[in-house]
Design a protein around this ligand. Structure first.
Ligand code: FEO
Length: 376
């Protein structure tokens, strides 16, 4: 595969992985993902920006050979997670003169996870610069815009920013340039919800920082490249804003239809008041659809069936995930039906103790709704 040039001897050398079914063995990938890697040919030195997911290393190395890359001076590691750092050990064998350039946290990670020899790592500080001759790389630490080791790399002369996982999307592509579309917005929002939303305030801070930098091109680590940065930065400004939208998302499990009857009744009344509602069938749904809803939802209403004397474990899983994703949701409610005895909601409320939320008085009933239950 011939590398596509992005700008002035800066090339895309990443790969698509259309077959990958899940990310983090958790989130379904609708069309796989790309692992973006970049090659910069300076007048004096050659650098790679991030590398490759380990199972794709062979193909990645083959492409380097086919593109005539016989020498690499620097391997810039913007983040230690192995979908980007996984090929570093192989590259260090292939290019004996190469050194890894990264921050101290990432250096620890790639040593611990990949056994990258410490003597092959050059540690840089925030805002440090590295010359490739006619190009200068500047490193911008962005801790916890995903991992504590996350950093961005700015090519000063070309005003191009490698943003690591930030501003990415799980999308594959043939041409590197992002073409604004509903599909891309949806993929980027899904990615934000699953990976970045737990760090919303930092994402907000770094969105603003990049807006103020006025970079010309944004090169993330997954998904296409933006030559109109406002296409993705405007979306992030919206998603990371403090105010949620007047949207109620209703994840539910209903074994015999009684819990569904309850949440349908609530949903109908909300819609009659002009409030948008999204129901999410936990058993048959894609959790990416749920997490996208959480980006905007002011309220989550869980519909909970009982198994034995406690909440259905599939609901427990989704409530737990909600706590992990830390949405800007303001209020949580529960409705649920049971068969003989037990407590539906207490264990679930405990799972959300890390969120600042109003808990609306839950409604638990035995079997089907009766007159007073509608009122409650
Ligand atoms: Fe795409 Fe955090 O790795």
């Amino acid at each position: 595969m011939k590398y596509q040039e992005i700008k002035n001897s800066i090339f895309y050398c990443g790969l698509n992985d259309p077959e990958r079914p899940f990310f983090d063995e958790l989130v379904p990938l609708e069309q796989g993902t790309s692992y973006n890697s970049y090659l910069i040919k300076g007048s004096e030195k050659i650098a790679l920006i991030d590398t490759m997911y380990p199972p794709k290393t062979e193909e990645y190395i083959k492409n380097l050979d086919e593109n005539g890359i016989v020498k690499v001076d620097y391997i810039i590691s913007n983040h230690g997670e192995q979908d980007h750092s996984g090929s570093i050990p192989t590259l260090l064998e292939k290019y004996p003169e190469a050194i890894v350039v990264t921050n101290s946290k990432c250096a620890d990670n790639i040593y611990e996870m990949l056994l990258v020899p410490r003597e092959r790592i050059q540690i840089i500080a925030d805002k440090d610069k590295l010359s490739l001759g006619d190009k200068t790389l500047q490193f911008i630490f962005a801790p916890n815009v995903h991992w504590p080791d996350t950093m961005f790399t700015h090519v000063l002369e070309d005003n191009l920013l490698f943003t690591c996982d930030f501003l990415g999307a799980h999308q594959i592509f043939d041409d590197v340039w992002a073409k604004p579309s509903k599909e891309l917005t949806r993929a980027a929002k899904r990615y934000y919800s699953e990976i970045m939303m737990p760090f919303r305030m930092l994402c907000k801070k770094y969105t603003k920082l990049i807006q103020e930098m006025k970079v010309d091109i944004i090169c993330p680590s997954h998904g296409p490249i933006y030559n109109n940065p406002s296409d993705i930065l405007d979306l992030y400004a919206d998603w990371t804003a403090d105010a949620p939208k007047n949207l109620v998302i209703i994840p539910y499990v209903s074994m015999y239809g009684s819990t569904k009857e309850m949440l349908d009744y609530v949903a109908k009344n909300l819609e009659n008041k002009g409030i948008e509602v999204i129901k999410y069938d936990i058993i048959n749904g894609d959790i990416g659809h749920y997490s996208v809803g959480l980006v905007d939802a002011a309220t989550v209403l869980f519909g909970v069936s009982m198994i034995l004397a406690g909440p259905h474990p599939a609901v427990t899983n989704i409530v737990n995930l909600t706590g992990i994703l830390r949405p800007k949701t303001k209020a949580i409610a529960f409705v649920g039906s049971y068969g003989w005895a037990g407590k539906l909601f207490e264990p679930l409320i405990n799972l959300l103790s890390n969120l600042k939320l109003s808990i609306i008085e839950p409604v638990q009933i035995k079997g089907r709704m009766k007159d007073d239950d509608y009122k409650n």
